[in-house]
Ligand binder design. Structure first.
Ligand code: CA
Length: 233
């Protein structure tokens, strides 16, 4: 199946170049040069991934991403944000906005392809691999639908938080180092720091409320998801 990528980029030359290069690599592409155009397109067809420029003429890429996350149809579509501002990265990736990854301009086509394939592998792996409902103490998880309930109340997680939670669950009872989580959850060795892992886990814990007790901090090493819900920390 051919993966379809929506590229949202207001620099027309760059948009043309990106479409050309991705199509040459076997992807189908759609293009939009404004946030409004992107949202309009997204309301009619759902791509497999969105490559989203942070600085658009009519609205910020972060706003496009937020609106995507608010809609059922596009809630779990992976987003790679393109940014020229490295200081924005922590805010953009997963944390506030819910992007899955980012590339910093100027980026090479090779780097972009690497990240696109890593994100698609992760998200499609999530979709195809785990068909079963998970019940764990206060948690109920529907992995294919990317939905989570705590004490019966649905909690919205970003794609990255969801993956983090599933990774923890699959390795429950075993300590996970920050480095291991970075490479497995984020997908490859990147220049995000291990502090990023802490930031996302803090956010995930806040969302989980009392169920956050299942994720234990192992000082100096990393984190561990409890083997059984009732285990004392
Ligand atoms: Ca731009």
């Amino acid at each position: 199946m051919t993966d379809r990528i929506l590229i949202v980029e207001d620099e027309r030359d760059l948009l043309t170049t990106l479409r050309y290069n991705l199509e040459r690599e076997g992807f189908e592409t759609l293009g939009a040069t404004t946030g409004a155009q992107a949202l309009d397109l997204l309301s009619r067809q759902v791509p497999d991934l969105v490559l989203l420029d942070l600085m658009l003429p009519d609205m910020a890429g972060t706003e496009v991403c937020r609106r995507m996350r608010a809609l059922e149809a596009t809630r779990t579509v992976p987003v790679i944000m393109c940014t020229a501002k490295t200081e924005e990265i922590d805010r953009v990736v997963g944390f506030e906005v819910g992007a899955d990854d980012y590339v910093v301009k100027p980026f090479s086509v090779r780097e972009l392809l690497l990240r696109i394939r890593a994100v698609l592998r992760r998200t499609q792996g999530d979709r195809d691999g785990k068909e079963e409902w998970i019940e764990f103490g206060r948690l109920r998880v529907d992995p294919p639908a990317h939905r989570l309930w705590v004490d019966g109340e649905e909690i919205r997680l970003t794609a990255l938080e969801f993956r983090l939670l599933l990774t923890f669950y699959e390795r429950r009872g075993r300590v996970q180092s920050r480095e291991r989580l970075l490479s497995d959850v984020w997908g490859y060795a990147v220049d995000v720091t291990t502090r990023t892992v802490d930031t996302h886990i803090k956010r995930l814990r806040e969302k989980l409320g009392e169920a956050s007790a299942y994720i234990e901090t192992v000082r100096g090493v990393g984190y561990r998801f409890r083997e059984r819900p009732g285990d004392a920390p």
